[in-house]
Design a protein around this ligand. Structure first.
Ligand code: ZN
Length: 275
């Protein structure tokens, strides 16, 4: 054994051990090397990656029953946005917990299938403050200065006290309802003088078949009881953290209506209206 090597005694499921030995023998490498490289990949997991379940075009076309479990989603990130089975509310992922928001918010600690969501391991690279926010457009203009490119993805976290928040939540849709129909019967609500967080992902225009282009904000109150998709807001002062994202990992549904649906239409105009 070399000076820079160590012995690790661990207990793992026997099926995992068998699979690892099998793969090592197929590749003609030592089991030690195989486990070391798997562990290396896990430990040095890039913080600048989005992990996404399904695509925005599938959501627009009404593929809104869950395909990947929420526990798998949380293995890939602690911060993000999404929706629920049948478009039943807005999903906020904050500090490693999932909240279901439709005016009131509640934490989901169970394991359930998710139809569409994007998460990242939030790791802010820059922090700045914005003041005297009279609209969501003000927030966007202020954040634009901290996005050096229109061709990468960004995660932004905005914390503070909001004078007003105008938010909405999509209604639970009947099976297969398209996003635009669900958005047209949305619930809207207003909060006043509420402390909380805007969870935001910014996606490039070219990503419209996969993601939701531009800024996408969901709100969660500090006491975790209120939340929704943000349409407008005002605030005196907000603390903003930003993370640049250059890796994009999409998990597509492997069964169900996703396989036969027609995704030939560009969803950009529907997303601009519905999101
Ligand atoms: Zn939303």
């Amino acid at each position: 054994m070399n000076a820079d090597e160590a012995t690790l005694g661990i207990t793992i499921p026997s099926t995992l051990e068998a699979a690892a030995r099998d793969l090592a023998s197929k590749r003609g490498v030592l089991i030690d090397d195989l486990v070391a490289s798997a562990l290396h990949e896990y430990l040095h997991f890039s913080p600048s990656r989005i992990y996404q379940i399904s695509t925005s075009v599938a959501l627009v076309e009404g593929i809104n029953s869950g395909s990947i479990s929420s526990s798998t989603l949380l293995e890939h990130g602690d911060f993000g946005l999404g929706t629920f089975d049948g478009l039943d509310g807005e999903m906020v992922i904050l500090d490693g917990e999932i909240y279901q928001a439709s005016g009131s918010a509640r934490r989901r600690s169970d394991d359930f299938p998710v139809p569409f969501a994007s998460v990242t391991q939030y790791c802010e690279e820059a922090v700045f403050q914005i003041n005297q926010i009279t609209s969501l457009a003000d927030v966007e203009v202020a954040c634009d200065r901290y996005r050096p490119s229109d061709n990468l993805f960004y995660a932004l976290r905005l914390d503070g006290v909001f004078g007003n928040i105008h938010a909405r939540a999509v209604h639970p849709a009947q099976g297969g309802a398209k996003l635009l129909d669900a958005a047209q019967s949305q619930l809207e609500f207003h909060y006043h003088n509420v402390e909380g967080t805007l969870v935001c992902l910014w996606s490039p225009r070219y990503s419209s078949s996969f993601s939701i282009p531009g800024y996408h904000f969901h709100f969660l109150s500090k006491d975790r009881t209120k939340g929704g998709h943000v349409l407008n807001c005002t605030a005196g002062q907000l603390r903003v953290g930003v993370q640049t994202i250059s890796e994009y990992d999409v998990q597509l549904p492997k069964k169900g209506t996703f396989l036969k649906a027609d995704f030939s239409k560009d969803p950009a105009s529907v997303l601009a209206k519905a999101e």
